[in-house]
Design a protein around this ligand. Sequence first.
Ligand code: IMP
Length: 183
Amino acid sequence: MAKIISEDIDHVLFTEEQIEQRCKELAQEIEKDYEERHIQPLVVGLLKGSVPFMAELIKYFKHPIEIDFISVSSYQGTQSGDVRINKDLDLSSRDKNVLIVEDIVDTGRTLKEVKQLFYNKGAKDVKVVALLDKPDRRLVNIKADFLGFTIPDEFVVGYGLDYNQCYRNLPYIGVLKNEIYNQ
Ligand code: IMP
């Protein structure tokens, strides 16, 4: 029998209810900002970690939005904006107000490069919403415009976040038992 993934979790950091509540608040905050600027966002999820977060977040938008997804891998040590695109957007981002949806900001490298990528593609405005932020790990000067939760320097899984491609489907965010890393 395949294992039960919740049994690998040492403790829960954020429950499904806490995440849902924060997504509602974030959606209101984001809509207010876009409404005040009289613009409509193209909401772009960074695959794959952003999928559950993006699905929850967009349910609470009351005004029209467009959505799309992109998958990138970053090259280490190259100039900013130089990312390999594994799956590009279906829509054009030229002259659009792009809102990037990211699962977690860690060193900040991915976000910095993806932001630059969208400006290179001709986006008018690029903002970021992230579910989690680990500021203690930051290596480049970047932060999310809209943020769910700040966490300490701990490796977390669930709600889209993986360890070796597993645990993305957990409905909450948790910390793995130490023994999982030593297997
Ligand atoms: P950055 O470029 O270092 O900011 O990396 C961001 C990416 O690293 C995220 O989109 C995640 O895919 C991954 N990542 C960073 N920290 C964690 C974590 O605690 N759990 C799972 N994935 C993480």
